[in-house]
Ligand binder design. Structure first.
Ligand code: C2E
Ligand code: CA
Ligand code: CA
Ligand code: CA
Length: 274
């Protein structure tokens, strides 16, 4: 039994070593990814709930490594977030997104900013400078942040959001419902819309609880004058239910997976229904 016990301990240790080694490989790989041209952006359409036409796109980063093939952002973003790499990566994403936007007509692009980017010194000035340099209207850039980014230091976050909004940027609160936000606090933040997390959309047809949560978020958003983007919409049943419930915008595989900038440009004027 003792030997078995040690075996388990050893296995566990090796597992941890493997985890740390993987992290280090990701960190060092990521620090070279930009120079090696391994990063790219894809764009997923956001459609209006009313007319079902494409009004914007969410920019999502992709990392295709020479050594291991594609690595998911769900894996490498948290690792970048824990090191300073997130700043370089984030700057690349923003510059690239703005560059692509120059070739598009009126659609907005929604860019994800991690909590650490958002809390960076002079975040507002940094964004404004990038947008001015690119010659893009601030109203065409939607800044996506999560609840984690704003609820740690709510006062400072409220100030940052207020400034961004004053300058004309749109603000979306991402993954809404999964974090720690108090509904009461939501009204203190200058926001344009709430994005309902996919996990609630998934559950809509299956559990009454999820459907109730989705309806509550839509109701709350409307009462506060905010837009509602339902994300991870995969089926026609979800589309109908969400339109009926009053979601102002929909996003998900039902309409399109994230695609290259060229394909997105072709989609820019697409109507999906009617
Ligand atoms: P997110 O911001 O919640 O983005 C939505 C994720 O759901 C994306 O995964 C998207 O491809 C996926 N998705 C959209 N519609 C559907 C659907 O109908 N079904 C399913 N199964 N999935 C759908 P992705 O691209 O793998 O990104 C994962 C996460 O990585 C993002 O979650 C975001 O937190 C982060 N991320 C991606 N790109 C960036 C970036 O440029 N900067 C930062 N800071 N984070 C990013
Ligand atoms: Ca997002
Ligand atoms: Ca999300
Ligand atoms: Ca998410």
């Amino acid at each position: 039994a003792k030997r078995g016990g040690r075996g388990i301990v050893r296995l566990f240790d090796e597992g941890m070593d493997e985890g740390i080694r993987f992290r280090r490989r990701v960190e060092s790989g990521l620090s070279q990814a930009i120079d090696k041209g391994e990063l790219s952006l894809v764009f997923q359409p956001i459609v209006s709930g009313a007319a079902i036409e494409v009004v914007g796109f969410e920019a999502l980063v992709r990392w295709n490594t020479r050594e291991y093939g594609p690595i998911s952002p769900a894996t490498f973003i948290p690792i970048a977030e824990e090191s300073n790499l997130i700043h370089e990566l984030g700057d690349w994403v923003l510059t690239q997104a703005l560059d692509v936007m120059k070739q598009w007509p009126g659609q907005y692009v929604s860019v994800n900013f991690s909590p650490r980017q958002f809390r960076r010194h002079n975040f507002v000035g940094h964004i404004m400078e990038s947008v001015l340099r690119a010659g893009i209207e601030p109203a065409r850039l939607q800044i996506e942040i999560t609840e984690t980014a704003i609820f740690d230091d709510a006062e400072r976050a409220a100030d940052t959001l207020y400034k961004l909004r004053q300058m004309g940027f749109r603000i979306a609160l991402d993954d809404f419902g999964t974090g720690y936000s108090s509904l009461y606090n939501i009204r203190k933040f200058a926001l344009d819309c709430l994005k309902i997390d996919k996990s609630f959309i998934d559950g809509m047809g299956r559990e009454r609880e999820s459907a109730a949560i989705v309806h509550s978020i839509i109701h709350l958003g409307r009462a506060l004058g905010l837009g509602i983007i339902a994300e991870g919409v995969e089926t026609e049943v979800q589309v109908q239910a969400l339109r009926l419930a009053g979601a102002s915008h929909l996003q998900g595989y039902f309409f399109s997976r994230p695609v290259t900038a060229d394909l997105a440009a072709e989609m820019a004027a697409t109507r999906f229904i009617g």
